[in-house]
Write a protein that binds this ligand. Sequence first.
Ligand code: GLN
Length: 237
Amino acid sequence: MLQIIRIHNELLGTYGDRGNADVLQFRAGLRDIKAKVIDVSYLDPLPKSGDIYLLGGAEDAAQLLSLTALRKGSILAHAANKGAVVLAICAGFQIIGTNYSTRDQENAGLGLLDVTTTPGDRRLVGDIAVQSPLFTVPMTGFENHSSVTTLGQDVQEFGTVITGNGNGVAGIDGAISNNIFGTYLHGPVLARNPEFADLLLERALGEALPTVIDELADHYAHWRRNVARRNVAKSSI
Ligand code: GLN
């Protein structure tokens, strides 16, 4: 049974990223792979045995509360070191970085990704499309953040921004290291990009997934490929 750990949705649920867990469970089910979604509140310790850990976006105060709770026991770092998959969106991405500062205070992050987040000078809101080397089709989503994120030596970007802002510097979005993925794409990103969900499942299982006939996802991928090709206006994503 694949264990999908949805972390602190009561804090990291502002942008609907909770749907990422449901998409993973659904797409595992398409292959007859049993998967369970486990919600963990910030009042409780994280399970150590998760296969996939998910963090979503949040407002600043909730984000700090979540970070403080996750520092206890360093369970997420241990799980990631053992190869568990981590997908962290926006505030979640900032939380798992090395450092996350707001205008009021500087915070050590969980240190899973070598990235540093600092306050930006405006809010970055709108549709976003990103071309990642991991996929033949662009990933799409929406973003809503004010901080900007700079990558260190030990990570690669998730992708190059086609439309939107992403990290807010260098025309890139997100960061990847082994099975740890950070990105600014809300959506939920896995609902909008089923290929990404399948990649995370493959990483968690350590093997290729059987191909499924999924006409809807194929049709959708075709549409997104055209979005990138024409580099259409934001409103069309
Ligand atoms: N509060 C953070 C920022 O504005 C994260 C926002 C979010 O998760 N959407 O950068």
